[in-house]
Design a protein around this ligand. Structure first.
Ligand code: NAD
Ligand code: ISE
Length: 333
């Protein structure tokens, strides 16, 4: 049994605990920590897991083989660094950390340790539809890629969202996906602001990001975080000889009274449920097998943070912001 400790028992922490304990085999959640002690106790009780007073104590515990970090983004750095120091594999929900500098400190610690221990929760790389898109692209059947059009729409977002969270928490998924999909770094970013939605509250919503890739592919990303109607993730790649696109993820279509209708996922838990299952299965298998994680690592977390830093600057200034990535250390090649 792989004995896992989970830090942060909120929405995704609880969802991951459910899949670790009821969907996937060979994993035991033995420890939980949350700044909200009541939440931690409530989540730990049915599992028979130990509640730790804080994340650092959980990481240090002998009974914990590997760690899942599911607390708020600003807290990730401290926990990931502690896990590296303890030599324990750590799956950290996105973002790896909220700034380029914090991610670089994690990269430096992992390089110092000499072996990869960190995986970051960029689950789109595990989604069947995105994988199929990449397979078609890589097959060459649509020719060389020219552009990609993306939309990332949330019915609503948590109350803590500040303007930059539309980038650092939401657009960051497309930032990672695009690097993986095209195997190329993002070299510049612009953020355009259309008319503001009356549902936007205090957020700049919607936004249009334009990402320039090193291979001259151009990607546009609509970010809408208050569309109300559901969770809607879109993507279409234009190649020289054809296109490939994500299709409606609904499983059924209802034809009734002269209308054709189908379900729209409510949020990321519906849309990416299977992707999270595969992601954590592969992560756990790599830990059990004693190898490095096979999924996105600290370097990917760093590269995404560099672009999201630039996009936050572009959002504030309206400028085109160039992105420069440091040299990739050998353990990430
Ligand atoms: P949430 O607010 O529902 O839960 C976060 C939990 O962490 C809360 O219970 C909070 O009390 C706890 N917490 C905060 N600071 C802590 C600390 N220092 N130590 C221990 N616990 C602490 O938030 P969420 O939606 O579950 O998001 C958590 C993380 O997961 C974020 O980084 C978010 O970006 C990421 N996330 C990823 C996806 C995805 O699609 N991959 C989806 C949702 C959330
Ligand atoms: C959330 O944290 C996620 O990661 C979801 O995948 C994303 O769609 C949402 O915008 C974020 O708030």
């Amino acid at each position: 049994m792989l004995r896992v400790g989970v830090i942060g028992a909120g929405l995704i922490g609880r969802d991951h605990i459910r899949r670790l304990t009821t969907v996937l085999a060979g994993i035991d959640v033995v420890a939980v920590a949350d700044v909200d002690a009541f939440v931690a106790a409530q989540v730990a009780a049915p599992l028979g897991a130990t509640v730790y007073p804080n994340g650092l104590a959980l990481i240090a515990a002998d009974e914990v083989d590997a760690v899942l970090v599911c607390s708020w983004g600003g807290t990730h750095e401290e926990y990931v660094l502690a896990a590296i120091t303890a030599g324990k594999p750590v799956f950290c929900e996105k973002p790896l950390a909220t700034t380029r500098e914090a991610c670089l400190r994690i990269v430096a610690a992992e390089v110092g340790h000499g072996r990869r221990l960190v995986q970051v929760g960029y689950m789109r790389r595990y989604d069947a539809a995105y994988r199929a898109l990449k397979q078609v692209l890589d097959s060459g059947v649509i020719g060389a890629p020219l552009m990609m059009h993306c939309a990332h729409r949330n019915a609503g977002v948590p109350a803590f969202y500040e303007p930059e969270n539309t980038i650092t928490d939401t657009a960051v998924h497309e930032i990672d996906m695009v690097r993986w999909m095209f195997g190329a770094e993002i070299v510049a970013v612009r953020v355009l602001r259309p008319r503001v939605s009356r549902n936007a509250g205090s957020l700049p919503d919607p936004l249009l990001l334009v990402l320039e890739l090193a291979n001259e592919v151009l990607v546009d990303v609509e970010i809408s975080v208050n569309v109300r109607y559901g969770y809607d993730i879109r993507g279409e790649i234009l190649g020289e000889d054809g296109t490939v696109s994500l299709e409606n993820p609904g499983l059924i279509a209802v034809r009734h009274a002269g209308r054709l209708a189908g379900p729209v996922p409510g949020d990321w838990r519906d849309r990416f449920a299977t992707a999270y299952d595969v992601e954590l299965r592969e992560w756990a298998d790599s830990v059990i097998g004693g190898g490095p994680p096979v999924g996105p690592g600290s370097w990917d977390g760093y590269a995404a943070a560099v672009v999201s830093d630039a996009a936050v600057r572009a959002l504030r200034t309206g400028d085109r912001v160039a992105v420069t990535v440091d040299e990739r250390p050998a353990i990430y090649s």
